[in-house]
Design a binder for this molecule. Structure first.
Ligand SMILES: Cc1cc2nc3c(=O)[nH]c(=O)nc-3n(C[C@H](O)[C@H](O)[C@H](O)COP(=O)(O)O)c2cc1C
Length: 182
């Protein structure tokens, strides 16, 4: 069974993106093995500390390598990719071979896709993250990438509400990814 690794660009364990992630997991059901990457202890990237990689970096790289596909969910910060997530992708983008800076990274060639829960649905962050994922040599599926807007009432309750259209789009994104993995 295909392994889908979810990466949440927000470290809020009860946040809107975690709720989006939970919904995606529910929609995938038992059609794939879905897990969540714990990247909470990944340090800031320092080029002089790449080899040997810090333990937390080695651990996330190993988890990423074991996945068939990676599904990112992310908030949008100031129209950009959140700093923590960008830092994680910088670590994941780097060659594993100290003798070859252009060698394969842990994320090289992986199938990736992006969704976002953000005030406006992440219309800026989704294409930025997709471009970054293409640049670091992943196979980005852009079709049906879903943005879920946080409705004004959701801020008071902390609960992300999904419209019928949100669920329709998420289902399409799930089907597109599963078809690619089949
Ligand atoms: C520093 C900062 C900048 C933000 N900038 C944007 C933005 O540019 N566009 C947007 O839609 N939402 C923006 N927001 C709101 C976030 O989308 C919202 O806080 C986030 O989706 C919450 O996700 P979470 O609960 O998963 O952490 C911003 C929030 C913060 C904290």
């Amino acid at each position: 069974m295909a392994k889908i690794l979810m990466i949440n660009g927000s470290l809020n364990a009860n946040g809107f993106n975690q709720q989006l992630l939970n919904k995606i997991k529910e929609l995938i059901g038992n059609r794939a093995e879905v897990s969540l990457l714990d990247w909470t202890t990944v340090p800031f990237f320092i080029q002089t500390q790449e080899f040997p990689a810090p333990d937390a970096v080695a651990a996330v790289r190993q988890t990423v390598q074991a996945a068939d596909a990676i599904w990112f969910v992310t908030p949008e910060y100031n129209y950009q990719i959140p700093g923590g997530l960008k830092n994680l992708t910088d670590w994941l983008s780097r060659s594993l071979d100290p003798a070859n800076s252009r060698g394969e990274s842990a994320i090289h060639g992986k199938i990736t896709t992006v969704s976002a829960a953000s005030s406006d649905g992440g219309s800026h962050v989704r294409p930025l993250l997709e471009d970054l994922l293409a640049f670091i040599r992943t196979q980005v599926i852009k079709e049906n990438a879903t943005g879920v807007a946080i409705k004004p009432a959701n801020w008071a309750t902390g609960v992300l509400e999904f419209s019928d259209d949100d669920i329709h789009k998420l289902n399409q994104q799930v089907e597109t990814l599963l078809a690619k993995l089949a």
